[in-house]
Design a protein around this ligand. Structure first.
Ligand SMILES: Nc1ncnc2c1ncn2[C@@H]1O[C@H](COP(=O)(O)OP(=O)(O)O)[C@@H](O)[C@H]1O
Ligand SMILES: N[C@@H](CCOP(=O)(O)O)C(=O)O
Length: 308
């Protein structure tokens, strides 16, 4: 019986100004999914490692099986597949944990079934899994996890995804405080309507960030890392948010925002020389408010998900 294995990376969604429309992938951290064919039809999650026993095994709840089922429904087939998941990402962290599982599962399933889909065409199935995980079918984690690099979702209906350039020397720091914040909870604090002046500010910054990526203009990227739509409401769920931002900008970061829906914070940096100062500055603030934090740094992952 055939078996396949795939890896999908962690991601930073929103990138401050691009709520639900921008994200990028991170090196090293991610989820691994192994699939094996079996005689009995249907999907079964057989083992999950690295989740502290917290994730669901039910096929309609785990993002691995939800994503694969959406793909099988599109193909109109019902093979027997066993799923083994190794979580390499903390849960409810804002690093696209639910997305990495779905994407790794889809890449492995596509290979198992003889590659009936192009990589891009797997996205709607991953979006269906995100909808099951947090109630919203956002693509700003699954897009970059699948494709790598910076990804823009210009539209959802129909899906229009654009890969953006990654300037050489752009690095990222992630600060993950030790608590969980579910995406559904941090979406529930957002407003349905925004003032026109905020729409103007946000559009300017999205356009500026994209222009900055195309022109490899680090100062333009830095000026554009501003969010007036989600961050003001979410920052209150993240102790030390403004103090950490102040400290790490003084230490040389280009800018900082909430990674996805938090509580992880991301910072972008030009080169990697200032990274240890930036991490130390952030850790001092977290220590002063009694929060433990894991710090990671990474170049931008341009590869996305792949078969192992
Ligand atoms: N394979 C999976 N990995 C992570 N979360 C999953 C998975 N399958 C289902 N979930 C559910 O998704 C929710 C976490 O997703 P989310 O809040 O979006 O976290 P993250 O920001 O880390 O992606 C939890 O309710 C969890 O039970
Ligand atoms: N655009 C979404 C991104 C959620 O990312 P996650 O990593 O926290 O799941 C949002 O801001 O809600």
């Amino acid at each position: 019986m055939k078996s396949t294995k795939a890896f999908a990376p962690a991601t930073v969604a929103n990138v401050s100004c691009g709520f639900d429309i921008l994200g990028f992938a991170i090196d090293q951290m991610g989820d691994t999914v192994t699939l094996s064919e079996r005689e009995k039809p249907g999907l079964e999650v057989l083992s999950i490692k690295g989740d502290g026993g917290k994730l669901p095994y039910e096929s309609h709840k785990n993002t691995c099986s939800v994503a694969i089922q959406a793909m099988l429904d599109e193909l109109g087939v019902n093979p027997g597949i066993e799923i083994r998941l190794e979580k390499g990402l903390p849960l409810g962290s804002g690093m696209g944990s639910s997305a990495a599982s779905a994407v790794a599962a889809l890449v492995a399933a596509n290979e198992l079934l003889g590659n009936p889909f192009q990589k891009n065409d797997l996205l709607p199935f991953a979006i269906a899994a995100e909808k099951a995980a947090c109630g919203a079918g956002h693509a700003d984690n699954v897009g970059p996890s699948l494709l790598g690099g910076f990804v823009l979702i210009r539209d959802y209906h129909p899906l229009d995804i654009i890969k953006l350039p990654v300037p050489d020397g752009l690095h990222c720091v992630l600060l993950h405080p030790h608590y969980e914040l579910n995406t559904s909870d941090s979406r529930s604090v957002l407003r349905d309507q925004i003032p026109l002046k905020h729409a103007t500010i946000q559009s300017g910054n999205v356009a500026g960030l994209i222009a900055g990526l195309f022109q490899a203009d680090f100062q333009l990227i830095s000026r554009s890392l501003r969010d007036v739509i989600a961050e003001p409401y979410r920052a209150v769920l993240i102790p030390g948010f403004y103090e950490v931002r102040e400290a790490i900008k003084s230490a040389g970061a280009m800018g900082m925002g909430i990674s996805g829906s938090g509580p992880t914070l991301f910072a972008l940096c030009e080169g990697n020389e200032k990274i240890s100062d930036i991490i130390e500055a952030a850790q001092q603030v977290y220590r002063s408010i009694g929060l433990e934090v894991d710090a990671y740094h990474s170049a931008i992952n341009t590869r996305g998900a792949y078969i192992l």
